[in-house]
Design a protein around this ligand. Structure first.
Ligand code: ADP
Length: 482
C-alpha cells in the first residue's frame, strides 16, 4: 500500500490530525491507488505560513531562472510520459490515449508559461513635465489553486505555471478524487529545481480545509475550477480584497442545421458528448437538430454510442473508461432515472437496466435521449457523464432560443455549411467558446478560455490568451520626478 503525504515548508508530512483517505481505481475498485492525508484547518494554516516565508526570494529571482524551472518540468514530463499516463488512467479512469494527451498538454502549458515569465512587462505614460509615469508588474503574493479531477494535471498546470512564472508562491489543493496526479505535478516541479517552500501541496476535502485558505489575508488570488455550488461558496468567502477566477461548468449545445452532412454532424455531436466519458465541462449535452435530417443524425449518433468498447482504459482496445468516482456514478445514474421518470424516449440503450457492463468499476453505457423538450431537467442541468439529449427544432431561431435558455454559457457548436449563419451564431450564442463544424470539447493551448452566465465569474474569466497574466500579477503605477 502506498502512503502519501502533503508537501509543506519544503518537507513531506502527514496531516496534523493524522487522518487519511483512500483513492481506488474507478475501473477496478479492488485496486487501491494510494492513501492520502485528510488535511484540516491546521494543515491549511501551516501551508499558508510556509509559502509566505519562502515565496519572496522566488519573486526576486531572475525571470530566466523561473522560466528554466518550468521548461525543465516540461522536459521531465515528456521523458516519463508513458508511466505518468498509465498512472493517470489508473487513478482517474480516462483511456490511455486521453491520459497521454493530457500530460502532453501539461508539458505544453509549462513551456508556454516559461515564455510568459520572460515577457512580463510594464508601460510608460505621457505626463506633463520632465518626469516619467510608468507601471510595473508584481506578483500578487500567494496564489491558491483549487482544482477538479476531470483534467487533474492539465487544469492545475494552467494555473500553477503562470502563477510561478510571475514569481508567486502557490498553495495547491488537488481534487480528493485525483490526489496522486496532483502529487506528481509537484514532484516534477521540485525535481525541475523549484525551490523548497515556494509551493505547498495540501490534500483532502475542500469542505475540511478550503475556508481557512480562501479567507487567509496572505492569499492574494484564488483560482478555482469545479462546480457552480462550490464556486458560489468560494466567491462569498473570498471577499473583495482578493483576485478570484472561477470556472464552473456548462450545459453545452451542438446545433445541427438542415444543410449539414448527417455523418459529419453525428461525428461532431457524438465526439462532443461521449469523449472522456462525458466528463468535460465543455462536453456536448444537448444536440438541437433543425429539419428533416433529424432521424438520420439520431441514427448515426446511436451507431456511434453503440460502437464504444467500455472498460478499463489501460486496455488499448477500450474506447470509453468508467466515471471517475462513486459520487459521479450515482449522479449520472440518478439523472438517467430522472429522464425515465419524465417519460423521455431512449434511443440508446433501448432498455433499462443497461446492457451488461464490466464488473467492479463505475461504468455506464453511453445514453441517447431523443425528442427531449426544452423544459426537461436533463436538458437544463449539468450531468457530467456520457448522456446526451437530442431535440428536434423547427428553425435556427428556435435552436438558438433553446441553446440560450439554460443557466450556463461555456461552449457551443454549430454544424452547417452556411457561413453567414455560422457568423451570426458566433454573435448570438451565450457562450465563451464557439465552435463552427467541430465538437464543443477541446480547446487551444494559448487561446482565451472561459464562459459566461453560471460558467465563469466575469472578472479574470480568461484562462490562457492575452489577458491571462493579468490575473497573476498586479500593477503598480510609479510617478518619477527628478
Ligand atoms: P465536483 O463535484 O465536480 O468534484 P467540486 O466543486 O465539489 O466539484 O470540487 C472541485 C474542487 O473544489 C475540489 O478540489 C474540491 O475538493 C474543492 N472543494 C469542494 N468544496 C469546497 C469548499 N467548500 N471549499 C473549498 N474547496 C472546495
Amino acid at each position: 500500500m502506498s502512503e502519501h503525504l502533503n508537501y509543506i515548508g519544503g518537507a513531506w508530512i502527514a496531516a496534523q490530525a493524522g487522518g487519511t483517505f483512500e483513492r481506488r481505481n474507478p475501473a477496478d475498485q479492488g485496486d487501491l491507488v494510494g492513501v492520502f492525508p485528510a488535511s484540516t484547518a491546521a494543515d491549511a494554516a501551516s501551508a499558508v505560513a510556509a509559502v509566505k516565508r519562502s515565496c519572496g526570494n522566488w519573486a526576486t529571482l531572475d525571470p530566466q531562472a523561473r522560466a528554466g524551472v518550468l521548461d525543465k518540468a516540461a522536459d521531465l514530463i515528456l521523458t516519463r510520459l508513458e508511466s505518468l499516463a498509465q498512472e493517470l488512467t489508473r487513478e482517474e479512469g480516462k483511456i490511455l490515449s486521453a491520459a497521454t494527451q493530457e500530460w502532453r498538454r501539461t508539458a505544453a502549458n509549462f513551456r508556454l508559461y516559461a515564455g510568459e515569465a520572460l515577457r512580463t512587462r510594464g508601460e510608460t505614460f505621457p505626463e506633463a513635465g520632465k518626469g516619467l509615469v510608468c507601471s510595473i508588474r508584481e506578483p500578487v503574493g500567494i496564489v491558491l489553486a483549487i482544482t477538479p479531477w476531470n483534467f487533474p494535471v492539465s487544469i492545475p498546470s494552467r494555473k500553477i505555471a503562470p502563477a510561478l512564472a510571475t514569481g508567486n508562491g502557490v498553495i495547491y489543493k488537488p481534487s480528493e478524487v485525483t490526489p496522486l496526479a496532483g502529487q506528481r505535478l509537484v514532484e516534477i516541479l521540485l525535481e525541475a529545481g523549484l525551490p523548497a517552500g515556494v509551493i505547498a501541496l495540501i490534500q483532502g476535502r475542500g469542505q475540511d480545509l478550503g475556508e481557512p485558505l480562501i479567507t487567509s489575508d496572505a492569499v492574494g488570488a484564488v483560482t478555482f475550477t469545479g462546480s457552480y455550488a462550490t464556486g458560489c461558496l468560494i466567491h462569498r468567502l473570498a471577499g473583495p480584497d482578493k483576485r478570484l477566477q472561477l470556472e464552473m461548468g456548462g450545459k453545452n449545445p451542438c446545433i445541427v442545421l438542415q444543410d449539414a452532412d448527417p455523418a459529419r454532424a453525428a461525428e461532431i455531436a457524438a465526439t462532443g458528448s461521449f469523449s472522456l466519458t462525458g466528463q468535460a465541462c465543455t462536453a456536448t449535452s444537448r444536440v438541437l437538430i433543425v429539419g428533416d435530417i433529424y432521424e438520420e443524425v439520431v441514427r448515426q449518433i446511436v451507431a456511434r454510442a453503440k460502437a464504444f468498447k467500455i472498460g478499463n482504459g489501460l486496455d488499448p482496445s477500450v474506447t470509453m473508461g468508467p466515471l471517475a468516482s462513486e459520487a459521479q456514478y450515482r449522479r449520472v445514474r440518478e439523472m438517467i432515472e430522472v429522464g425515465m421518470t419524465e417519460g423521455l424516449k431512449l434511443a440508446f440503450p433501448l432498455r433499462e437496466p443497461q446492457p451488461a457492463l464490466p464488473a467492479g468499476g463505475y461504468f455506464v453505457t453511453p445514453t441517447v435521449f431523443i425528442d427531449v423538450p426544452k423544459e426537461s431537467r436533463l436538458a437544463r442541468e449539468e450531468i457530467f457523464g456520457p448522456v446526451v439529449c437530442v431535440s428536434r427544432v423547427e428553425s435556427y431561431a428556435q435552436a438558438l432560443e433553446y441553446a440560450n435558455s439554460v443557466d450556463y454559457g461555456l461552449a457551443a457548436s454549430i454544424v452547417t455549411r452556411d457561413l453567414s449563419r455560422a457568423l451570426s451564431f458566433a454573435r448570438d450564442i451565450d457562450a465563451g467558446i464557439v465552435k463552427v463544424n467541430s465538437a464543443t470539447g477541446g480547446v487551444g493551448l494559448s487561446a482565451p478560455f472561459g464562459g459566461i452566465k453560471h460558467s465563469s465569474n466575469q472578472t479574470y474569466k480568461e484562462q490562457a490568451g492575452h489577458g491571462v497574466m493579468d490575473f497573476y500579477t498586479r500593477t503598480k503605477t510609479v510617478y518619477l520626478a527628478s
